[in-house]
Ligand binder design. Structure first.
Ligand code: FES
Ligand code: FES
Length: 177
């Protein structure tokens, strides 16, 4: 038996589509929409490689691990994935990256990049939250640990990631007070 889903991802409406009601959101993104930038890491909700952003009507957003969440649970939701952060022209070619993406590249934060879409999505959501609720500069590092502490990277230490995220926060007007 199939189920119907319709949702918005990166400002584009997908659906209604008939899907297997048992599939995970990660499978839906990969197999139905060809949005393969969201990565499968542990598949058990541990590594955070697969997180995407859900935008709520009240202007807040939340992070979801797509390897352990059912696709149908996102029916009617508004989401962002790694494919949606860069600015693109009419032909879909990338004009410029999101400042967080720039910061991660500039800081040599990642190596193979498998964990990077998860780190990027979560960092973007964090910075947007900080713009709503700025924190003192001296609390940045603690906030990064608290927010990104569940993200696993198999390649690097976390030092460069955290430093690049700190840089991105410091470069964002209104994120600190
Ligand atoms: S792949 Fe989803 S948490 Fe690891
Ligand atoms: S850069 Fe390879 S897993 Fe993080």
């Amino acid at each position: 038996m199939m189920a119907s889903i319709i949702l918005t991802i990166n400002n584009k409406i997908y659906g209604p589509l008939d899907i297997d009601p048992e599939i995970t959101m990660l499978e839906f993104l990969h197999e139905y929409l060809n949005l393969t930038g969201t990565k499968f890491g542990c598949g058990q909700g541990i590594c955070s490689a697969c997180v995407i952003i859900q935008d709520n009507e009240d202007g807040t957003s939340e992070i979801h691990k797509t390897c352990i969440t059912n696709a149908l649970g996102f029916n009617g939701k508004t989401l962002r994935t790694i494919e949606g952060h860069a600015e693109r022209d009419d032909k879909g070619e990338i004009i410029s990256l999101h400042p967080v993406q720039e910061s991660l590249i500039k800081g040599f934060a990642f190596q193979c990049g498998w964990c990077t879409s998860g780190f990027t999505n979560h960092t973007i959501a964090l910075i947007e939250e900080l713009k709503r609720n700025p924190i003192p500069v001296e609390e940045i590092e603690e906030k990064i640990e608290e927010t990104l502490g569940e993200h696993v990277c198999r390649c690097t230490g976390y030092v460069k990631y955290y430093a690049a995220v700190k840089e991105a926060i410091l470069n964002t007007e209104g994120a600190t007070r």
